[in-house]
Design a protein around this ligand. Structure first.
Ligand SMILES: *Cc1c(COP(=O)(O)O)cnc(C)c1O
Length: 388
């Protein structure tokens, strides 16, 4: 039996090489024509008004927090309510700007629980950062309404949400709609894989324009538009800020352009494989799939279940050449976020029970059945042995 891994990125190699070849033949691999084409294609696909291609979602989250802080006149130690059940990038981005991450608990979707968020709002709260775990929408619409009512900014960590659609007042909207800024990831293990890359989508055009300067060292004009200029001074530019080197490049954008063409198709495969897991695991009281929010067509970046004795169950799966993952450990268990330890009991419990089962485009239905049956057998055997 061959090994079954959590993620294997799948690339349309010839088509990707064709797009990259164009970068190489024109001699333009940096910020330029392909990054602009990818941004344009992303705006067209999502319907979001602005899209800025950056080197990673981590860079994009930092830009997102930074621009909102600057625009809102936030001060050091102002608070951002965030999820403890996420990749650390989400919360590092808050700390990069010397703001304080305040952890709220998660609900059955493993996304921020609106009641817990409401209970954490203080006079120093400036924003909420919602993570669409596994491509799920959770109770994002309620959080969005809460932010509107309380005058808070809303940041969406959409690293798992490329191609997640939701229904808002009868309209089909891409994830990011209703947030002040949404940040997507195109890292190699995400559901629209390049090698590394991200997209930061502000709802406000002024913030998008500012972010473009900050992502290129504070320089106010990019090289590409300078070479297009007809003036004799096209080598000149101004430096307005101590900015960062966060912009994306044309080779990664070339990979992203191809992935975007197949995103809906690929996510449909993920949803189909997820339905096979659902059918296999239906009625198993000791293996609980994390539900997807209704009225959402999720990207299905992850298929997650909750089990007791997770670490032992994972080790036994590994013995059978099945290699699932964990998304995520409760961040308040890390020393640097320990100020939140014990404040989010549901997230803490989920952090000890959650498993992400293998889900990628190289799997077929039989692979999924093998994983599900192995999992059920292990959990069943433990139950019979009295969880020894
Ligand atoms: C992967 C991930 C990120 C960071 O994405 P990069 O593009 O690797 O920087 C941020 N948040 C979540 C939830 C992620 O899974």
């Amino acid at each position: 039996m061959s090994a079954i891994h959590l993620f294997i990125p799948h690339y349309r190699v010839e088509e990707v090489l064709g797009e990259i070849r164009e970068c190489l033949e024109t001699g333009w691999t940096g910020l330029g024509f392909k990054t602009l084409a990818f941004e344009q294609a992303w705006r067209k696909y999502t319907g979001l008004p602005h899209a800025h291609f950056v080197s990673s979602a981590t860079a994009g989250l930092h830009l997102a927090v930074r621009q909102l802080k600057e625009a809102g006149g936030w001060r050091a130690d102002d608070e951002v309510i965030t999820s403890p059940l996420t990749f650390v990038s989400t919360n590092h981005a808050i700390l990069y700007e010397n703001l304080r991450p305040v952890f709220a608990d998660v609900d059955e979707y493993l996304c921020l629980d609106p009641a817990s968020v409401a209970a954490r709002v203080t006079p120093r709260t400036r924003a909420v950062c919602f993570v669409g775990l596994g491509g799920n929408v959770g109770r994002f619409p309620e959080i969005s309404e809460l932010c509107r009512r309380r005058g808070l900014r809303l940041i969406l960590d959409a690293a798992h949400m490329a191609g997640t659609w939701l229904e808002v007042e009868g309209e089909r909207r891409h994830a990011g709609w209703g947030a002040d800024v949404a940040v997507f990831s195109f890292h190699a293990v995400k559901n629209l894989p390049t090698a590394d890359g991200g997209m930061v989508c502000f709802s406000d055009g002024a913030l998008d324009r500012e972010a473009r300067k900050w992502s290129w060292l504070g320089i106010n004009k990019d090289t590409f538009s300078r070479t297009q200029s007809s003036t004799a001074y096209r080598w000149r530019y101004d430096v307005e800020h101590v900015g960062f080197k966060y912009h994306g490049n044309s080779v990664m954008a070339a990979m992203g352009l191809v992935g975007l063409r197949y995103l809906d198709e690929d996510n449909a495969v993920r949803r189909r494989l997820s339905a096979v897991y659902d059918a296999e695991l239906a009625g198993q009281a000791d293996v609980l799939p994390v539900p997807m929010a209704p009225e959402c067509l999720p990207a299905r970046h992850l298929y997650q279940v909750l089990v007791e004795a997770r670490d032992e169950v994972m080790a036994t799966l590994n013995e059978q050449e099945i290699f699932p993952g964990v998304h995520y450990r409760d961040n308040t268990e890390y020393p640097m976020y320990s100020h939140g330890y014990g404040t989010c009991p549901h997230a803490q419990q989920a952090g000890h029970r959650v498993i992400s089962l293998p889900l990628h485009l190289v799997l077929d239905d039989d692979d999924v059945r093998r994983v599900a049956r192995a999992l059920v057998d292990i959990v069943e055997a433990r139950r019979i042995l009295g969880r020894s």
